[in-house]
Design a binder for this molecule. Structure first.
Ligand code: M6R
Length: 619
């Protein structure tokens, strides 16, 4: 939530502006309520900022150009305190002379008390934001210290909540200072230039050398170098790493939208996540976790914490992990976890799932679990992010950067990673499923090609979506692993097409939701494989008949060759056959494609749906 970029270079020319605007374009997915940039120029700090998308800021700068500069900061906002107006857009000036500018991601929880205190001291505010409080505090501290880094250190100890702050001062045209607590900030290491960003996308066009910062650290960048200190002033060092993807991976690659590209990236996402996790005999090897086998064998309960799509990946994984390991698995929405007095102890594995690695709700759940003594493992897609840092171990998904707000390729990669972990646990624990681990991994290895085949058949789904632009509500039904897929299908439609959509466990229909069925009501049904256990397939086919008898328009996702569904389906969308537990990796695809093209048919912004942001860094 909110994208932040900072830059210092040697030459006073248009580079600072160009780097910052490019960084903002790459970070716009983090928030698009307003955007702004501040550059140091001569004795002044020049600011341009505008509500709405980045294109508005571009127009503003075109009509009122910025001067050449060596250093600057830029921000793209997801509004928390104060509406999405020009005045509330960042950067904010601090001090009576206005020589300092500051940007912020997060929430300063004690801002009201600080604002009252500053107001009593004669400070006049020009916005409703919590950020402006930090700007004025920093300006006052700078007056006392005469040094921006020291001033930052003095200010952060007064702030409660989560924040990344970046600041520049007209007296220091060669410096940007940043600070972070529970909010992302990474450093990009260039030649004769250094960078700061909410994530590496901010500077990926310039360098792939990055530095990960720990909590409560303050970083000062100049063109020549980077200095990191702890809040107590002691010297610190970030962890250097090389970003494994390049700028092209964060571009649309010829597709109209990032979401379309990312849907099509899914075979790679699964393939790359599987890569390097088995030995020559096909046995799972997860040395990367650096957790002793003994720690795993003591586990008697698993709690998965996640939000949104990641939580649905967790729900899918629950069925598989319980089946393979016989360890009870619970899935908790991360924002509920802390407040339900969770039963967690040293024998509990708390598995967090997060694409961004920055979701504040999930981060807080992980911290709570650690406090309770749990073993914490994170499944994450973003190197250098906070949740892996705060966990005992991380299993990275290798989906590559996911830019569209709607999660797609991260979802299939998360399921894949959770399956790898589940099979690894089964392998360690022995028993009947230990022997099966290798054959399941072999089946998983065939999934990418099957997704490719499926993607090649999506024309009809696109066509159906095109006809449905006026639809007011869509229902989704599934059972077993198809149930979370129904929830995910509904979520995609809500967030992208702003259509009322609900997912149900198909067995629950007769307990109430069937009353929603009226003639013409579109209902997607995810049908399990005819090879599923316990006669599940037949039960779902009966569910289809029940809703069809009441006039529903049935859009049925079924395994190819499943002839039992055809008589009751208005549309059959066939997916390649696979093992029942692996089916979610395929059945989700038509639902993603449907949401994408329905949103497009309605003329909506697929990649940046209203009110949302990619990375939810506030609670
Ligand atoms: O970065 P995370 O995986 O932690 O994000 C969790 C959710 O905010 C995210 O999946 C959200 O639900 C997506 N917009 C859904 O498409």
């Amino acid at each position: 939530m909110c994208g932040i970029v900072g830059y210092v270079g040697r030459n006073s020319d248009g580079t600072a502006q160009a780097v910052i605007m490019e960084g903002l374009a790459r970070l716009e997915y983090r928030g698009y309520d307003s955007a702004g940039v501040a550059l140091v120029s001569g004795e002044h700090v020049e600011i341009r900022k505008k509500s709405g998308k980045l294109s508005n800021l571009r127009s503003e700068i075109e009509s009122d150009p910025l001067p050449p500069s060596t250093a600057g900061i830029g921000h793209t906002r997801w509004a928390t305190h104060g509406g999405p107006t020009d005045a509330n857009a960042h950067p904010h000036r601090g001090g009576a002379d206005g020589k300092l500018a500051l940007i912020h991601n997060g929430i300063i929880e004690n801002f009201h008390a600080l604002r009252t205190e500053l107001g009593a001291g004669g400070v006049t505010f020009t916005s409703e934001t919590d950020t402006e409080v930090a700007a004025h505090l920093l300006a006052a501290a700078y007056e006392d210290h005469g040094d921006l880094t020291e001033a930052m250190r003095a200010v952060v100890v007064r702030l409660e909540g989560a924040y990344t702050l970046l600041a520049i001062h007209a007296d220091h045209p060669d410096v940007v200072v940043g600070a972070r607590r529970n909010s992302p900030l990474v450093v990009g290491l260039g030649e004769e230039a250094n960078y700061l960003g909410s994530d590496v996308a901010a500077f990926i066009g310039y360098t792939r050398q990055a530095l990960e910062l720990a909590q409560d650290q303050i970083v000062t960048i100049t063109a020549e170098g980077v200095t990191v200190i702890n809040v107590d002033g002691s010297p610190a060092q970030g962890r250097a790493y090389e970003v494994t993807w390049d700028a092209a991976a964060a571009e649309k690659g010829g597709y109209q939208t990032f979401m379309e590209k990312e849907i099509n990236d899914q075979p790679h996402a699964v393939r790359d996540t599987l890569l390097g996790r088995t030995d020559a005999d096909g046995r799972l090897v997860l040395d990367e976790l650096r957790i002793s086998e003994a720690s795993f064998t003591g586990i008697d309960r698993i709690t998965i914490v996640a939000c949104g799509t990641a939580a649905y990946a967790g729900m899918v994984a629950k069925y598989a992990i319980e089946h393979w390991t016989r360890i009870p698995v619970e899935v908790a929405l991360a924002h509920e976890f802390r407040y339900c007095d969770p039963i967690v102890n040293e024998r509990t594995l708390v598995l967090s799932i997060s694409q961004s690695g920055e979701t504040m709700d999930t981060l807080m759940a992980v911290k709570h679990a650690r406090d309770l003594g749990a073993l914490t493992i994170s499944v994450c897609n973003t190197h250098g992010s906070t949740i892996p840092r705060e966990s005992d171990a991380v299993l990275y998904t290798h989906a590559g950067p996911e830019i569209a707000v709607a999660s797609t390729k991260a979802f299939v990669a998360q399921i894949t990673a959770c399956y790898i972990l589940g099979l690894y646990l089964a392998q360690l624990r022995g028993g009947s499923f230990a022997d099966d681990a290798q054959s399941v991994m072999k089946d998983l290895g065939e999934v990418p090609a099957k997704i490719e085949t499926l993607l090649g058949r999506m024309d009809r789904v696109k066509e159906i979506a095109g006809f449905m632009a006026d639809t007011r509500a869509v229902l989704f039904l599934g059972r077993h692993v198809g149930y979370p897929i129904a929830l995910e299908g509904a979520l995609k439609l809500k967030e992208l097409a702003y259509i009322h959509a609900e997912g149900f466990a198909a067995g629950e229909l007769k307990h109430g939701p069937i009353a929603l069925i009226e003639p013409g009501q579109p209902v997607f049904v995810i049908v399990p494989s005819p090879t599923s256990e316990h006669g599940l397939h037949g039960k779902v086919v009966s569910n289809i008949q029940e809703i069809r008898a009441r006039g529903a328009r049935t859009l049925v996702i079924a395994e190819e060759g499943d002839e039992a569904v055809a008589p009751f389906a208005d549309e059959v969308i066939e997916v390649p056959a696979t093992a029942p537990l692996l089916a979610p990796l395929l059945t989700v695809v038509p639902l993603q494609v449907f949401a994408l093209w329905l949103s497009t048919a309605k003329g909506l912004d697929v990649d940046q749906p209203r009110n949302l942001a990619k990375s939810v860094t506030v609670e």
